[in-house]
Design a protein around this ligand. Structure first.
Ligand code: ADP
Ligand code: MG
Length: 323
C-alpha cells in the first residue's frame, strides 16, 4: 500500500511547484482574497501558503488528507460542470505522503484554530491553537522519504523559477486575489488584487509589456474571448508569454497558440511570438478538464471553434487598431 501511495503521489507531485499549485488552487477554492506564498531553497526545504479563506473545521482535518476526500463534488454529474479548481481529492493525500506538512487553520465562526501536522501520511499533532481566520500550510523537506525523486529535482533557482511562473499564471487568472510571492526572504511578486487584469499584468510583466498591450473583447458562437495581446517584444522572445485561461484555468492549447500566431501572421516576422493574456470563457460542458492529473491540458469538444474564436478575436482587434 505504501508503495502504491508513493507512486500515486508522484503523478500529482513531481516538484515543489506542483505542491504550490495544489495549495494555491485550494486557497482560491476556499474563497481567499489575500494569499501569500513563501519558498526557501527553491521550495525544497520550505514552502508556505497562507490564505484568508474559509478555513477547515477541526473534525474535517484528518479526512482532508485521505485520498479521494474532496468536499467539492457530491454527485457524479458534477464532473460535467466543474467550476472549482480542485476536484479529485488527491492533492493533500499526495503531498503528505512525500513531505512534512503543518496546517494552521481557523474558520471565522470558531474561536480557536487547529494546528495539525502529518509526516509521511502519519498524523503527528492535532491541537488547538490561536491563529487568524484562514489557512496556512507549511510543507517541509519534499521527497525526504523518496530519494529517487529528490535526485531528479533541478537546481534551487530553477525550481524557484517554476514556482514563480506558476504564481504568475494564477495571478493573471485571478486578478481579484492579492498575491505575494516571497523567495528566500525577498518579495518577488506583489499584486493589488483590485480585479483589474491590467494591473495584474503590469505587476508580473512590467511596464513595457503593459504599455504595448492591445485590448481584446469579442464573442463568437457563445465563446467570449477577452484580455490583451502584445506584438512580439524583443525582451519576451518566446511562447512563455502566451497565456490562455479557459474558464479561469491556465491551459496549454495548440489550438489557441496557433490561432494568435495566425492572426498576427501578416504583422510580424517569422520566428517571433506574439504575447498575450487572453481569457476564453466557454460553457463548462464543452471542455473536458479531466484529461491530465495536473489539469494543464484541456480537451475541447470542438477544437476548431475555439481556434476560430481566438483567431477572430485577435484579428478583429488588430484591424480596429490599424484603422
Ligand atoms: P480537492 O481540492 O480536490 O477537494 P485536496 O486534497 O486538494 O482535494 O483538498 C482536500 C480538502 O481539504 C478540500 O476539498 C477542502 O475541503 C479542504 N481544503 C484544502 N485546502 C484548504 C484551504 N486552503 N482552505 C479550506 N479548505 C481546504
Ligand atoms: Mg485541491
Amino acid at each position: 500500500k505504501e508503495v502504491s501511495e508513493l507512486i500515486a503521489a508522484g503523478e500529482v507531485i513531481d516538484r515543489p511547484a506542483s505542491v504550490i499549485k495544489e495549495l494555491l488552487e485550494n486557497a482560491i477554492d476556499a474563497g481567499a482574497t489575500v494569499i501569500t506564498v513563501e519558498i526557501k531553497n527553491g521550495g525544497r526545504t520550505y514552502m508556505r501558503v497562507t490564505d484568508n479563506g474559509k478555513g477547515i473545521a477541526p473534525d474535517d482535518l484528518p479526512t482532508a488528507f485521505l485520498r479521494h476526500a474532496t468536499s467539492k463534488i457530491s454527485q457524479k454529474d458534477d464532473l460535467d460542470s466543474i467550476m472549482t479548481l480542485g476536484f479529485r481529492g488527491e492533492a493533500l493525500a499526495s503531498i503528505c505522503a512525500v513531505a512534512k506538512v503543518d496546517v494552521m487553520t481557523k474558520r471565522r465562526e470558531d474561536s480557536y484554530g487547529t494546528h495539525y501536522s502529518i509526516e509521511g501520511a502519519v498524523e503527528k499533532t492535532s491541537e488547538q491553537c490561536g491563529c487568524p481566520d484562514g489557512t496556512t500550510f507549511v510543507v517541509r523537506d519534499i521527497f525526504y522519504n523518496v530519494p529517487a525523486r529528490l535526485k531528479f529535482l533541478k537546481k534551487d533557482t530553477s525550481e524557484a523559477n517554476h514556482v514563480a511562473d506558476l504564481v504568475t499564471k494564477l495571478t493573471l487568472s485571478h486578478p481579484d486575489v492579492s498575491f505575494k510571492l516571497i523567495r528566500d526572504n525577498k518579495a518577488e511578486i506583489i499584486t493589488a488584487g483590485d480585479g483589474k487584469i491590467y494591473s495584474a499584468v503590469y505587476s508580473v510583466y512590467g511596464r513595457e509589456f503593459a504599455n504595448s498591450m492591445i485590448e481584446v473583447d469579442y464573442t463568437w458562437q457563445g465563446i467570449h474571448v477577452y484580455g490583451y495581446t502584445v506584438k512580439p517584444l524583443s525582451a519576451k522572445p518566446n511562447r512563455k508569454f502566451q497565456n490562455f485561461f479557459v474558464n479561469s484555468r491556465f491551459v496549454k492549447s495548440k489550438a489557441c497558440a496557433s490561432a494568435i500566431e495566425e492572426a498576427y501572421r501578416n504583422n510580424i516576422m517569422v520566428g517571433k511570438f506574439p504575447a498575450c493574456v487572453l481569457y476564453i470563457d466557454v460553457p463548462p460542458n464543452t471542455i473536458d478538464v479531466n484529461v491530465h492529473p495536473t489539469k494543464i491540458e484541456v480537451r475541447f469538444s470542438d477544437e476548431r471553434l475555439i481556434h476560430e474564436a481566438v483567431y477572430f478575436a485577435v484579428k478583429n482587434c488588430l484591424m480596429e487598431k490599424d484603422e
